[in-house]
Design a protein around this ligand. Structure first.
Ligand code: E4P
Length: 214
């Protein structure tokens, strides 16, 4: 499963890249506004830093605006993926981007039917938001299984990019259910390394290694 970071924070991106574990980046308008920098500049910097796909979301919600912004974003760098909301206008834009050879990530997906429509429109990625479904008492993880089954039934190549990941169990479960990628806040990424038995075991090895003659 490909591991993406859900951030526009350059330091976080560098840390994960240096570990050799970074496959891509996702952003959204909330993340970009938190970065407090010019949108196109921050995307340009991230795209130059990261080898994999970098999702940058359009701000317009009408077709013409999305096409204009998406074309501009796609011209920033080859690895920029245009992120589009899952609406009628959005999927119409995805169709056009697909015709023009521009990669897309369809965002704000909360149902398997929506995911099927996005695949039919030619989306490169679909982003089901697990955590936000859990927040309203639905089963976010079940959505991943449903989309996997639907896409496999018909051979759709749209990649399932599990989003709105809130904790390590989400990460493990989406991997078990066949998501192609998972996008994590840095805090959740850091949690993936943690296990108390690793800490206890390492402490013991460090103690015992003091009597080793190298
Ligand atoms: C993914 O593309 C989204 O940016 C993100 O995962 C949303 O997560 P949130 O629900 O924690 O804001």
């Amino acid at each position: 499963m490909n591991l993406f970071l859900d951030t526009a924070n350059i330091e976080e991106i560098k840390k994960v890249k240096d570990l050799g574990l970074l496959d891509g980046i996702t952003t959204n308008p909330s993340i970009i506004s938190k970065a407090g920098r010019k949108f196109t500049e921050v995307i340009k910097e991230i795209a130059a830093l990261v080898d994999g796909p970098v999702s940058a979301e359009v701000i317009s919600s009408n077709y013409d605006g999305m096409i204009k912004e998406g074309v501009e974003l796609s011209q920033i760098a080859e690895n920029v993926v245009v992120k589009v909301p899952l609406t009628m206008e959005g999927l119409k834009a995805v169709n056009e981007f697909t015709n023009r050879g521009i990669s897309t990530n369809v965002t704000l997906c909360f149902s398997a039917n929506q995911a099927l429509l996005a695949a039919k429109a030619g989306a490169s990625f679909i982003s089901p938001f697990l955590g936000r479904l859990d927040d309203i008492g639905h089963d976010g993880l079940e959505l991943i299984s449903e989309i996997r089954a639907m896409y496999d039934n018909y051979g759709y190549e749209t990649q399932i990019l599990a989003a709105s990941i809130r904790h390590p169990i989400h990460f493990k479960e989406v991997a078990l259910r066949g998501a192609d990628c998972s996008t994590l806040p840095y805090s959740v990424f850091a949690q993936l390394f943690q296990h108390p038995l690793t800490d206890i075991g390492l402490q013991k090895f460090i103690e015992d290694s003091k009597s080793i003659n190298w």
